[in-house]
Design a protein around this ligand. Structure first.
Ligand code: EPZ
Length: 456
């Protein structure tokens, strides 16, 4: 039985209105924290959100002898790697928990200690999520990898050496693996078919501030010239474009109006185009972006997810909820993860009409076509959503269930809300600030926020 603070009652039907702020990107901040391990001096990271993934990495760094303190300004961390040491395998395992980030400790620990341990990895259940690319590239640098019952043991018998790598798919994690390993490797590394997400670019900025030499070509080729030593960095993390887009989809689905302070046009251009095609309205200023439902029917669209600069897969689930309110047939082709449409079955229980297909619908053929994956959907709308009992499957699926429950008539019970703390800072306080009618059963309203924070 889930504990009381892990179930949220959502009374739907109220448009979300007001302002929220997004801080540093969940998919950059933990990686920038790991990069500090490569330095011989302390680093200062700003705009750090208070989310679970940050806490997990903070704990793993401390296990390896890095001191992590809060800095002068709110959301600032000071990371001092001068006394890096080996950590106990059981502690690493216990601490890594539901995160995939431990895999990115490999390069820095191999450089600093000559060895590294990787426990079994977690992460959202949205596909097989293999890590074969990661181990292939680490072997190319000269690391040895031994698989044992409790995890993978890596060694660097000599200094790791730069090499030429072509990724089979522009994977974000594998690109970060190469960056965090090549910067201190001997010689030049040329990585082609690399991921070029804004978070990758921001990580490259962090490494360059430490003393790295990295060039990014327009054809997804990244060249890194290894150096002997890196210093520290002072860096303000780019804002979380994934969280910003989630609140934008919430404004659309609830017929609301939300100003997202901190949202930036540059990293969200593809999302903004799609938002406008659906019929959403937005206004951009220097501090953020306002998103609202302009009234009238929404337009059904054909949507295909892809690597950057395509439509980001993490934008898909929240927007699909808004598409249930659009007039006509929307087609969604998920090409990045093979099982990221499973969350739609619960939307079906709420009254949405969504049919899943194994074929590559509405766009180009992808890796999952002709294989047994329900990775395309046809959403026919508009349909009225009714409150229901919902169990959160993964981070973005979880936030999209909150949106659906807020857009629905009646009350929903949303189970497993603590998972949302992995990537959405203070989401309960933000929802209440936007006028959402929510309750934590058995927790008096004035205690709701603290109770919610307690599950974080
Ligand atoms: C990062 O995951 C993000 N997570 C994901 O965000 C995001 O969806 C993804 O990049 C794509 O943009 C973090 O940054 C912590 P990938 P990552 O390696 O690095 C296949 C969220 O909700 N692949 O780019 O794990 C893989 O199976 C999360 O914020 C291999 O086959 O993603 C997938 O199909 C969810 N072998 C594709 O590549 C490998 O060794 C993309 O994965 C590695 C990846």
């Amino acid at each position: 039985m889930t504990d009381i603070a892990d179930v949220l009652l959502v009374h739907g039907g109220t448009p979300l209105e007001g302002e929220i702020r997004v801080r540093g990107a969940k998919n950059l901040v933990p990686k920038a924290m790991v990069a500090a391990l490569l330095g011989s001096e302390p680093s200062r990271l700003r705009n750090v959100p208070d989310i679970r993934d940050v806490r997990v990495v903070r704990g793993l760094l401390q296990l390896h002898g890095v001191t992590v303190n809060t800095g002068e300004e709110p959301g600032e961390l000071v990371l001092d790697p001068t006394r890096v040491e080996s950590a106990n395998v059981a502690d690493i395992d216990a601490h890594a928990g539901s995160s995939r980030i431990p895999i990115l400790f490999c390069g820095p620990l191999l450089h600093r200690l000559g060895h590294a341990f990787i426990p079994g990895l977690g992460g959202c259940d949205i596909g097989g999520r293999p890590i074969d690319f990661h181990f292939d590239v680490l072997r190319r640098f000269g690391a040895t990898i031994e698989k044992r019952a409790d995890g993978q043991y890596l060694e660097a018998p000599q200094r790791l050496r730069g090499c030429k790598i072509r990724l089979p798919y522009p994977s974000v994690g594998s690109t970060e693996q190469v960056l965090l390993t090549a910067v201190l490797a001997e010689g030049v590394t040329e990585l082609s078919n690399a991921a070029v997400e804004p978070e990758i670019e921001d990580l490259i900025c962090v490494l360059q501030k430490m003393g790295a030499i990295i060039s990014m070509d327009t054809d997804r080729t990244i060249r890194i010239t290894g150096v002997d030593k890196l210093g520290g960095y002072t860096h303000r993390a780019i804002p979380d474009r994934l969280e910003a887009a989630s609140w934008a989809s919430a404004a659309l689905a609830t017929e609301g109006n939300i100003y997202v302070r901190g949202a930036q046009q540059r990293s969200m251009m593809t999302f903004l185009n799609t938002f406008r095609r659906v019929g959403g309205a937005f206004a951009i200023d220097d501090e953020g972006i306002r998103f609202w439902h302009p009234g009238g029917p929404l337009n059904a669209i054909a949507l295909e997810t892809d690597v950057h600069p395509g439509f980001q897969t993490d934008w898909q689930q929240p927007l699909v909820v808004a598409l249930t309110q659009a007039s006509g047939l929307s087609i969604v082709h998920e090409t990045v993860y093979e099982s990221r449409l499973g969350f739609t079955s619960a939307l079906g229980q709420m009254g949405a009409h969504i049919q899943l297909y194994r074929e590559c619908l509405g766009g180009s053929a992808c890796r999952f076509g002709q294989r047994n994956f329900l990775h395309s959907a046809v959403v026919s709308g508009p349909t009225k959503l009714q409150g229901a009992d919902l169990v959160i499957p993964d981070l973005r699926g979880g936030f999209s269930y909150l949106i659906a429950a807020l857009a629905a008539q009646g009350t929903s019970r949303v189970h497993g809300i603590d998972l949302i703390n992995r990537g959405y800072e203070n989401f309960l306080a933000k929802l209440e600030g936007l006028g959402a009618h929510i309750e934590l059963p058995g927790v008096p309203a004035q205690h709701a926020k603290t109770a919610a924070a307690a599950v974080a």
